[in-house]
Design a protein around this ligand. Structure first.
Ligand code: ZN
Length: 73
């Protein structure tokens, strides 16, 4: 399986920041989405659709890897 170290993930905010998309204030203790690859934080509204896209893309990739590589069986 691929290394997903750089994948976006939901986090709890440890320091106040702004959403990289809509610039909304993200307060400490709230949930947000974090993209380690570019170091950006997104509020739940902005982050959720992208995060879902990522999850479905990752799932597709996994299916592709299983079906598309018979040598791995
Ligand atoms: Zn936002």
């Amino acid at each position: 399986m691929k290394n997903y170290f750089n994948d976006p993930r939901p986090i709890t905010i440890r320091y106040q920041a702004n959403c990289a998309e809509c610039n909304a204030k993200l307060k400490k203790g709230l949930s947000a989405y974090y993209w380690p690859s570019d170091g950006k934080l997104y509020c739940l509204t902005c982050g959720e659709s992208e995060y879902r896209q990522f999850l479905s893309a990752a799932a597709d990739e996994e299916v592709y890897n299983i079906i598309g590589n018979p040598l791995s069986w």
